[in-house]
Design a protein around this ligand. Structure first.
Ligand SMILES: Nc1nc2c(ncn2[C@@H]2O[C@H](COP(=O)(O)OP(=O)(O)OP(=O)(O)O)[C@@H](O)[C@H]2O)c(=O)[nH]1
Ligand SMILES: [Mg+2]
Length: 391
């Protein structure tokens, strides 16, 4: 019932093909957007894809794209034998239905694609509950509008078997009930986590959370810092990690430190997902120190870092001391370093989680951050503006 999206992407996985539609409405990061949606589609299993570009002043009310563009999309989809067309935009439910009718294929928007990837990746009970909650909430917003649409055309749609039909079958009360159950479940899990965290605070263990854009290398760095075989899942896929993993590690001059790996961020993270994951994120980023991992080889690194900071602000984590860790210097050609500002505070650490370059410096930086905690009144170690520097 809820697997409309999943079915569509599975079909696409069979042919491993999707047409990706990216229209330029004058965004300056249009090209970055194309690269990103391509990676998202690949991460969802659509390894063969074709990008249809275009530019418009504003979306078409009925089809989002113009009718000529929709024709072009149809031809591309035929050529690729693609089961799915993915729009790198938000589609209104009506536009989505019209497009599906016009193209005879499943049409997904960016939010649904991300939700689908999350549902593929969720492993722990909590992760699964959070994704289901986000999917249901996304669906229920569509449903509300879906019903208005049905009310206007009552009678006809039942026979058409169009995409609207699924919505007729859906019982809104069922969704509301299930949402309630999921929220209750998640609340219980959150309480348990709070108890665990309190125990940690009582023991005064310094805690460090790795945050950053998806694919920046957080899990690789987590494994490198904690243990070569720490076992956090690393993959060249977006949203490889969904569940938080924490591990205790001993760092010279800092003693025991708890390090946590977290879910990656992405721009325009679907709202329901932020809400669903808020609880986990809030817990994990309530650390003493955030290591903001940035892919130094990504052309969009500064925008990505900015997007991460935006989400951090949304979950009230903007004031936690943050250390910029520029990763993948083996690709970007930078030298390992611990950089300081004019007051001697650490502004940035350059590392390669893959080959270990700069990790000793990062450990020393963590130890330096841990020290003021033990000596109250000690001045701040890191630049407050936090070091995502434009170089
Ligand atoms: N060359 C190079 N590749 C790296 C480095 N660190 C990570 N990678 C690669 O980057 C890709 C993503 O790494 P992950 O550690 O899964 O990234 P992540 O930030 O945990 O990603 P999500 O869990 O999706 O948010 C993998 O293919 C890694 O092997 C590095 O220092 N150098
Ligand atoms: Mg990861």
């Amino acid at each position: 019932m809820l697997d409309d999206t999943a079915v569509a992407v599975r079909r696409a996985t069979d042919t491993a093909a999707a047409v990706l539609v990216c229209l330029d409405f004058g965004d300056e990061d249009y090209e970055d957007g194309i690269a990103e949606i391509t990676r998202l589609a690949q991460s969802a299993g659509a390894t063969r894809n074709h990008v249809v570009r275009g530019s418009r002043q504003r979306p078409d009310a009925r089809l989002f794209a113009g009718s000529g563009k929709v024709e072009e999309i149809g031809i591309a989809a035929d050529e690729l034998n693609a089961a799915t067309v993915i729009f790198n935009h938000s589609l209104a439910p009506g536009q989505q239905r019209n497009l599906e009718k016009e193209l005879g294929r499943k049409v997904l928007d960016r939010t649904e694609l991300i939700l689908h990837i999350f549902s593929q990746r969720a492993k722990t009970n909590e992760g699964k509950l959070q994704v289901e909650l986000a999917q249901l909430e996304h669906l229920s917003t569509r449903l509300v509008r879906g019903w208005t649409h049905l009310e206007r055309q009552r009678g006809g749609l039942g026979k058409t078997g169009g995409p609207g039909e699924k919505q007729i079958e859906l019982d809104r009360r069922y969704i509301a009930k299930r949402v309630g159950v999921l929220k209750e479940h998640l609340l219980q899990l959150r309480k348990q986590r709070t108890v665990r965290r309190r125990a940690r605070v009582r023991r005064e263990v310094f805690s460090v959370s790795l945050v950053g854009y998806t694919n920046a290398g957080k899990s690789t760095l987590f494994n490198a810092l904690t243990h070569p075989s720490a076992g956090a899942y690393v993959a060249d896929k977006l949203f490889a990690t969904l569940d938080t993993t924490s591990r205790k590690v001993w760092i010279e001059n800092a003693g025991q430190v708890v390090v946590s790996d977290t879910v990656g961020f992405i721009r325009d993270l679907p709202h329901g997902l932020v809400a669903a994951f808020r609880a986990t994120l809030e817990e994990t980023v309530r650390a003493d120190l955030l290591l903001h991992v940035v892919d130094s080889a990504s052309e969009a690194r500064l925008r990505e870092a900015g997007d991460v900071n935006k989400v951090l602000a949304e979950i009230d984590a903007a004031t936690i001391p943050q250390l910029a860790v520029w990763n993948k210097i083996d690709v970007s050609g930078l030298e390992p370093a611990v950089e300081r500002d004019e007051y001697g505070r650490i502004s940035r650490v350059l590392v390669s989680a893959r080959n270990g370059a700069g990790l000793a410096g990062l450990r020393a930086a963590i130890a330096e951050a841990a020290r003021p905690q033990k000596q109250p009144g000690h001045s701040q170690t890191f630049s407050p503006e936090l070091s995502i520097q434009c170089r």
